[in-house]
Design a protein around this ligand. Sequence first.
Ligand code: C2E
Ligand code: CA
Ligand code: CA
Length: 598
Amino acid sequence: MARDKQGLEEALKRVEGELESARSSADRLLEAQRISGVGSYDFELASNTNVWSDQLYRIYGREPQSFNASYEVFLSMLHPEDREHVMAVHQHSLATGSPYEMEERVVWPDGQVRTLASWGEVVTDGDGTPLRMVGICWDITERKTMEAQLVHGALHDTLTGLPNRSLLEDRLALAVQALARRDQPLGLLLIDLDRFKIINDSLGHDAGDELLVAVAQRIAGAVRPGDTVARFGGDEFVVLCEELTSAGEALGIAQRVQDAVLAPLVIAGTELVVTASTGIALTADPSVLPGALLRDADSAMYNAKRSGRARSVVFADEMREEVTGRLETETQLRRALAEGQLRVHYQPILRLGGGVGRVGAVEALVRWEHPTRGLVSPGEFVPIAEETGLVVPLGEWVLEEACRQLVAWDKQGIRLSVSVNVSGVQITQPDIVSRVAAVLDRTGVDPARVALEMTESVLMRDAGETLSVLRALKDLGVRLHVDDFGTGYSSLSYLKRFPVDAVKVDRSFVDGLANDQEDIAIVGAIVSLAHSLGIEVIAEGVESVAQLTALQEMGCESAQGFLFSRAVPGREMARTLLGIPAARRSQEDVVKAEAKGA
Ligand code: C2E
Ligand code: CA
Ligand code: CA
């Protein structure tokens, strides 16, 4: 008996203990659910009752245990677009007995839409008849948003928010595939802002960014609703137009983009007019490679730039070779600079005063001694050097080389000054002045014997900024010459504002001097205007005696051209001077010296 009682008491204690631990494990389960954010449910099919954990109510944005989530109530809380899918998943699981896994959206009473993940399974009786569905569920809204942001971030440009290059390439690949099912062609527009680098360099990167954002919006506003506008990199944008009705439609879109970009913009307090050059590639061929289309658009764009910018050009097959050539040139030019394949030749500049020519100066003109192509003229590689920024080290090298040559000539008894061409890209370098100063220092050349030639358009670009750079250069003691004078802006008033020593009348005007009345009038006007401002005039491209005579009559101070000499290597200068009859007298002693030395 006693034993029985003891056994009973022990049994009771054990049950109590189990109950206790069951309670605490139930509590623990609830606590675990709360912490992990995972809710659970147990849905009895026959009675349509749904036992939800407290956490599940919270996940649904509701008070724990405030209602019975019958199937209809449960459905009514889901996002309307997800209801059918959820029912289908449940039906499938009930029919097959397989577990399910899905994402669904719930709408909270305050209107918030949250995304949930749920796993569940069907509980059946011995015969396989479904009795209940049980499962767990948790909120994945934040994770979803983050994923979406990551995906967006990986496929969009952070500055403009436009699709980036990789998304564009995806869409282009799909669009090309779709050509197999359609007969309307697709067009690819590659839009490159003209002179963006200059704006960026002169107004600063923030202004550059601001400009890019504004332009991005303008382009996006100018295309058709279904077109993809992407930022392709730097200042390049691409528009992908599917289902074009004709090639003309692509040109129309390009024109609208051009017009939209062209409207004046105020950036960093400065009013800017920006233009763009657009290359267009068109295809209806589903087997074309997307990369090839992009290259074609790029070739066409490059052509648009070359034919004067601010225009659209449709790709033609001949352009392909040209671009390959250009890329090749760029790579080779880098090597040329590093491996010393560049040369400087010097073209004599004659003083015309008093009817007697005397060579007082030369112009340094760069050449490229290409290992297979021979001597390449600057017209072929200087523009590429400018585009790639290579013109900065190139220009500095030419300047240094020219200064060293002056010193070498000095030792031969040939006393000359030198004019060196400076590209607009160099002028925008923040350290241009100190770099020029360093070259003068290194070579020990008197700055007064060095003239820097730059074109009108360089001077006009951003008056304020350029002016201070020019003043600083002048302060070093070098001379400043305006190259190709007369071809750029017709406004001459800037000559007064800039510390200019000489203007070089462009070859195109000198050309007509012997017979064209208009050219005679223009050159005459340039000479008298320059003189009234105390500026000298140098004529370039003098090829005939008639031209020379006209220039002398007008009072032009100096001239250079094939009539006297082409540009020659430095070591040939002594002999060249000897060959210029008018120059012979003044350089006679020099040549004698050279003859003795040789
Ligand atoms: P530019 O500064 O106007 O140079 C004058 C060009 O006219 C030179 O061509 C010269 O050879 C050519 N020329 C001279 N006299 C005559 C003539 O009587 N008739 C004709 N038809 N042409 C004549 P080049 O050497 O081919 O240079 C072309 C351009 O390349 C230069 O034009 C200049 O803008 C650029 N360049 C040359 N060297 C450099 C350089 O070191 N740095 C930079 N940034 N540009 C350079
Ligand atoms: Ca020049
Ligand atoms: Ca020139």
